[in-house]
Design a binder for this molecule. Structure first.
Ligand code: PHE
Length: 350
């Protein structure tokens, strides 16, 4: 091996030994830099006789090129290795499943309210909403509930500051005040027609919402839901109540053979009044009578408080408990589960 070949071999070895691009640039300087071996050899050419200069120069150039090739190869190898390390460090497993964002869902009682609205909507009932803080007038007086009625006692109801002595405020104890509120709006809208003795479209409405009573156990909660129903017209009878409510219950529970019982009862704002009981013919509750609503023909005094002539307008009302309907539909036996906010329970309804 001549001196130039050994120089090329030495350069290749030096380059191979370089572990980083910086090492490699230092190694390059040893051979190709201004003070490097090749440059030195080039300088030596000057001292040679003309005839040797050419061949010697060509040989040195060959060696220089071989060294440059080795340098470029090593540079590429180091760059490849660096890229490989980086790719490995930044590796992404695109086959990993994504992280799920938990989605919310409707509360079981909300699902029931939607169901109720859907069924009554299909029977032509509007949906009305009203205030949870009520006046004594709408909650009791307008509903034919006298001053000394036990339901008006401080112990039975949550009274709220801010009312006056002749207009106390309270958390509504039922959705029945919506009978008056909605009917009064309806009558106002058709006032001109009524005054001209041309009548008005029937009132057909349901009013779902929160209600409050001083009551708390496995089947009563101080806050609970009710859904009021009201149908007033010129010839709406108790028979219509039975048809509408039976249809509703059978559709709600998806049970065609469900049996209803209208059990005589008393409410100040209906006369006659009835509690509605249902009986399943199959399933775990089969054979038991289960109370689901209060109902009755709207009392003439209430019709009058709606701004209508009780000689001409008649109808029925009912008030049911969506919480209880939810318990029956899903087989839940403790009402408090609905209001504890425990996701292990609530997520089962999604
Ligand atoms: N408001 C009554 C209650 O809360 C239920 C009811 C509504 C009864 C409408 C008759 C008519 O118990």
């Amino acid at each position: 091996m001549n001196e130039l070949d050994s120089l090329v071999v030495a350069a290749q070895a030096e380059f191979s030994g370089a572990r980083t691009p910086a090492d490699l640039e230092n190694a390059k300087a040893l051979f190709l830099g201004k003070a490097g071996k090749i440059t030195e050899l080039m300088k030596g050419l000057a001292a040679l006789p003309v005839d040797q200069k050419k061949t010697r120069g060509a040989s040195i150039n060959e060696a220089k090129q071989a060294i440059e090739v080795a340098l470029v190869e090593r540079r590429q190898a180091l760059a490849d290795a660096e890229l490989a390390v980086q790719l490995k460090a930044e590796a992404l497993d695109v086959s990993l499943p994504g992280r799920r964002v938990p989605t919310g869902g409707l509360h079981p009682v909300s699902l029931t309210l939607e169901r109720i609205e859907g069924i009554f909507g299909s029977m032509g009932f509007e949906v009305a909403q009203g205030p949870e803080i009520e006046t004594d007038w709408f909650n009791f007086t307008a509903l034919n509930t006298p001053e000394d009625h036990p339901a008006r006692s401080m112990h039975d109801t949550f009274y709220v500051k801010g009312g006056s002595s002749d207009a106390p405020l309270l958390l509504r104890t039922h959705t029945s005040p919506m009978q008056i509120r909605h009917a009064v709006q309806h009558v106002k809208r058709y006032r001109a027609s009524l005054d001209a003795d041309m009548g008005m479209p029937e009132i057909r409405v349901i009013a779902p919402g929160r209600t409050y009573r001083v009551d708390s156990d496995a089947t009563h909660s101080p806050m609970f839901h009710q859904c009021e129903g009201l149908w007033i017209g010129e010839a709406v009878s108790f028979k219509d109540l039975k048809v509408v409510f039976t249809d509703f219950c059978r559709t709600f529970f998806e049970s065609e053979d469900l049996v209803l019982r209208f059990r005589p009862s008393f409410f100040p704002f209906t006369e006659p009044s009835a509690e509605v009981d249902i009986q399943f013919q199959s399933g775990p509750l089969s054979g038991r009578w289960l109370e689901v609503a209060g109902s009755g023909q709207v009392h003439p005094n209430v019709v009058r408080n709606m701004g209508l002539d009780p000689e001409k307008y008649i109808g029925f009302a009912f008030g049911m408990g969506p919480d209880r309907l939810t318990m029956l539909r899903y087989g839940v036996n403790d009402l408090r589960l609905f209001f504890d906010g425990d996701l292990r329970f609530l997520s089962q309804f999604q």
